[in-house]
Design a protein around this ligand. Structure first.
Ligand SMILES: Cc1cc2nc3c(=O)[nH]c(=O)nc-3n(C[C@H](O)[C@H](O)[C@H](O)COP(=O)(O)O)c2cc1C
Length: 140
């Protein structure tokens, strides 16, 4: 997963991301309360990867660069049978402050998200390919 994260494309190959990885319950469990909803997976997650970025390294692309790295992690996790979920942190209530404090992330970095990792408790059915919203695709 981390190899895939570090191979993520970034604008002008600035690689503005920093990945904070933990399996420490003393950090994972408090993450559950970083939001009023959408963060409860950290009650049971086995690990987390927090993605923080130095926006001064790139020209307004830090969020895109971080999102691509996150997606690479999600895809690598799925490939390995690991359950993974994006918990959005940027501009969500007190989530950035809590995450900075818990993980000792320098103030100059912006925290985009925390990826929760664990063993899936359920198997979700795959997307029905016939129900994909092809009306969102515009041939012009
Ligand atoms: C930018 C972004 C932010 C997200 N934030 C959260 C979140 O804070 N909490 C959460 O449980 N899921 C979050 N998700 C996961 C989405 O809810 C999930 O991808 C969506 O429900 C589709 O599910 P699927 O990927 O299993 O098809 C986020 C996804 C994205 C792309």
């Amino acid at each position: 997963m981390l190899r895939c994260a570090l191979m993520s494309p970034s604008a002008k190959r600035t690689c503005p991301w920093e990945f904070y990885v933990t399996t420490d319950e003393a950090k994972l469990r408090p993450l559950s309360g970083c939001r009023t909803y959408g963060s409860k997976m950290f009650d049971t997650a086995t690990a987390a990867i927090v993605i923080a970025l130095d926006s001064t390294l790139c020209d307004n692309t830090w969020m895109a660069d971080g999102a691509i790295a996150a997606e690479n992690i999600l895809l690598a996790a799925a490939e390995q049978g690991i359950g993974a979920c994006w918990c959005h942190v940027h501009e969500r209530e007190g989530a950035p402050e809590l995450t900075h404090r818990l993980f000792g992330i320098p103030e100059n970095l912006k925290v985009l998200c925390a990826i929760a990792l664990g063993y899936p408790a359920e198997e979700k059915s795959p997307y029905d390919l016939d129900k994909l919203k092809f009306d969102k695709v515009h041939y012009v």
